[in-house]
Design a binder for this molecule. Structure first.
Ligand code: FAD
Length: 462
């Protein structure tokens, strides 16, 4: 870090928010999975949009690239440095305004944690439409930058569907503010939704105007044992037509349940072990339990089911699904793939996974694959454990990624359903986007960040 740049950064945020000591920067330099890490020249922690603007101007002047970071729960290496960048941590941008009851909207600083946003919305009798297991750390800015999905997409859509306005600072320090939250506003290009999925490559999000959804406090959750993915899918298709309050449908398998039981010490959900399970949730203002019980009673796909109509029981059932990511990480550094295929083809895709992965891990006796995901969107998380960390592990990991992502391409799917492309999937972007689309994205990037200052190497290769 040059003395000149350091002085400019200190002028913007104060000495105590320019971190250079490795004991302080360490947690910003490695991602949540432990797979991606690099040394930053420093970590800066602004507390206002104006400070972000000053910092970006200083970095642009000195041609030092910037890596943008929120809660650092991203799973594709997009928010951690490769080497020598300034890490811009947004967690101090944590202002959360009162809910605007007239519009059912709220404005949140980019560093507001998802759980804090949810609490604020619920205190006002509303709720936020996106929910995911990293809720205590993931930030509003990170959620928008990755267009996060999560467990309620079936009911409310992804982050892109929740956003009505944003404030963003461009690489040269220019501030664009569009926070009035007009649900109908056709005055040209929508720069706000362009930020959804931009992964920090177009600008630094500092504030977001969000739409809230009705609070549906009465919940019924069922863990349903089924034979395979095809039966889970036909069960979901049936429930879509019989229960209007369906809000989540999560697919897990025996191998994942065994792992989370071992890791989190959970009891067996049923006396017998079944090959696959569908976790469904219904949410409404009035108790949806009877409707769910009745609907499941008519479904031949159900091998066994346990239903919770109270909050503690519902939480206990959700743990079989929600502890998957943590349990996988606790077992070692995973090869992580987050893909989607057209939902009708998901059973065939899952059946073909072992043959695709197998050749790359034949000589790795401990390799095991854990698959789970959001069934309604055909979105499956494929995690291969026991490979990274062995000799030649990184090469094998690439071979696994390549095989799975090519299979996804063959099925007309996407190589990143919700985690983003990050640094991890850049080289496979062409499997999901045409050369013309990539050229258009590159043109947008060049227009807003001509020097390639922000998150170089993320999403688009340099
Ligand atoms: C246990 C667990 C469960 C998860 N479950 C889900 C899930 O169900 N669905 C899902 O979609 N994701 C999930 N994730 C992934 C992750 O939580 C999301 O991608 C989340 O949106 C990242 O938010 P963050 O604040 O941690 O961002 P970070 O990890 O800090 O950054 C992620 C990306 O966004 C960019 N970014 C961050 N803040 C800003 C900003 N203010 N302006 C511009 N760019 C920014 C970064 O540069 C980076 O490219 C999960 C992660 C974990 C650990």
């Amino acid at each position: 870090l040059s003395t000149e740049l350091r002085s400019a950064l200190v002028r913007a945020v104060g000495e105590e928010h320019v971190l250079v000591d490795p004991s302080l920067t360490g947690s910003y330099e490695t991602d949540w999975t432990g797979r991606f890490s690099g040394r930053a020249c420093c970590v800066v922690r602004p507390a206002s949009t104006d400070q972000v603007s000053q910092l970006l101007r200083a970095c642009a002047d000195k041609h030092v690239p910037v890596v943008v970071q929120g809660g650092n729960t991203g799973l594709v290496g997009g928010g951690v440095p490769v080497g020598g960048e300034v890490v811009l941590s947004l967690t101090r941008l944590a202002d959360l305004e009162d809910v605007d009851q007239a519009s059912g909207q709220v404005t949140a600083g980019a560093g507001v944690r998802l759980s804090a946003l949810q609490a604020q919305a619920r205190a006002a009798g509303l709720d936020f439409g996106v929910d995911l297991a990293a809720r205590d750390s993931a930030t509003v800015g990170g959620l928008l930058a990755t267009n996060a999905g999560g467990i309620r997409v079936l009911r409310f859509g992804s982050m892109r569907e929740q956003v009505l306005g944003a404030e963003v600072v461009l690489a040269d320090g220019t501030v664009l503010t569009r926070l009035s939250g007009l649900p109908k506003d056709n005055t040209g290009y929508d720069l706000v939704t362009l930020l959804a999925g931009s992964e920090g490559t177009l600008g630094v999000i500092t504030r977001v105007r969000l739409k809230l959804v009705p609070q549906l406090p009465a919940r019924a959750v069922a863990l349903v044992a089924v034979e395979n993915t095809a039966s889970a899918l036909s069960l979901l298709a049936r429930l879509r037509t019989t229960v209007a309050t369906l809000s989540a449908a999560e697919l897990i398998f025996a191998s994942g349940v065994a792992l989370v039981r071992e890791s989190a010490g959970l009891a067996a959900p049923f006396q017998e072990e079944y090959p696959a399970y569908l976790l469904v949730e219904c949410a409404d203002r009035a108790d949806p339990t009877d409707a769910l019980v009745e609907a499941l009673g008519d479904c031949p796909e159900v091998l066994d089911a346990t239903i919770a109509g109270d909050a503690a029981g519902a939480r206990a059932l959700w743990r079989y699904r929600e502890t998957h990511t943590e349990a996988i990480n606790a077992s070692g550094v995973p090869i992580k793939l987050d893909v989607a295929v057209p939902v009708a083809r998901l059973p065939e895709f899952i059946d073909r996974l072992p043959a695709a992965i197998g050749p790359a891990v034949t000589d790795v006796p401990d390799a095991r694959t854990i698959v789970f995901g959001h069934l309604n969107e055909g979105n499956i998380h494929v995690n291969v454990l026991g490979v990274i960390g062995t000799s030649g592990g990184e090469d094998r990991a690439e071979a696994v990624e390549d095989a799975v992502l090519r299979l996804v391409g063959e099925f007309g799917g996407t190589i990143s359903s919700e985690h983003g492309v990050g640094r991890a999937k850049t080289r496979w972007l062409g499997l999901s986007r045409t050369p013309a689309e990539i050229a258009a994205m590159t043109a947008i990037k060049r227009a807003l960040d001509p020097e390639g200052q922000l998150n170089p190497g993320v999403l688009l290769s340099r």
